[in-house]
Design a protein around this ligand. Sequence first.
Ligand code: ZN
Length: 353
Amino acid sequence: MVESLEPLEQFLREYVELVGGLWDEIEPQVYDVLWPESDLPQRFTVDPEALSEHPSAQFVTFGLPLLDEMLQQAQKQSPTTLVYLDNLHLSPHNLLQQIQRDLTWPEETQARFGLAQPRYVNHSVFWFEVTYQGEDRTQAIHTSTVDRYYGRLVRYLEGVLDNPSLEIQRRWAHPDATAIPLAEAYLLARERVLRNVIPETNNQQVLWQARQAQQLTRVKNYFKDMRAELEERIERARTRNEPLEELQQRRESIEREAALRTEELQRVTPVQSSIRLLNVLHVKIPRLFVEVKLTHTGKGTLPELAPLVVSWQPLVEKTDALNCLNCHQPTYVLTLNRRGGLTCPACNPTGKS
Ligand SMILES: [Zn+2]
């Protein structure tokens, strides 16, 4: 259900929840919203066609003052900024088998596991407002979420923000896992949004130029017709020996106007885009951490390997990819290089293990 929502609808729901209000979808794309300090619900819709049936509803769309107001409020009110999702089952019966299944160790090594320990991992969800300023102004909302333990972008929280189990109170005394600084997380999230914004800006530029080219053709045709008509009148006046002065002046003024309009339309103004951070929400979710000691089982002498820490996510019931110690990219497969270091397969192309 959540997957099929329009971004705007998603934003409306998230925004209402973030400021502590309630929403009720009375029919597809029509909502009754009860704001925190209000007794009467307000009706909103993201579907223009629903307005005839619900004339009292306010239409939410990008670029309308209502949305701008909401966005501004979202920023000012700074609603709950830290929530917990910690009603998850933390003792799966086959944890070690799952880890063994999800991760691949180097050949000729054996894994020994320590005790699983829960820690809270912080996730930061960033809402960005993107404005494209070209021929007209359009806006879009982008969300990106960073796992602050591994310092990576994740998608599994997308459906979670509607989860009624999100709480302001922390339920357990588990310690927090280490986390990358907020500014670093912000840059990762912003870069992710930028990757979408750059092609979209170019796209809008192309569309705009196409529209301008069309308009230029129309304007040129318009002046061509005017010139033809005038030339006929001049011709007629000439045969009747009438004065031509006025018509010649008219011809000059048409040429001036044509040059002006053409020049205006040929001027290329680049579409500008800007990104603004609207809101940040931190979601702490417990995860199980297990120390893994790999020992060599093959012949030959290799230096002893430092213990690894792997993590398992109760939310998605999966082991997390590890960060390669060499390139820092996520990997589910570890190999052993010639010098006895653990790396991802990409960092160890000879596959020597
Ligand atoms: Zn690597």
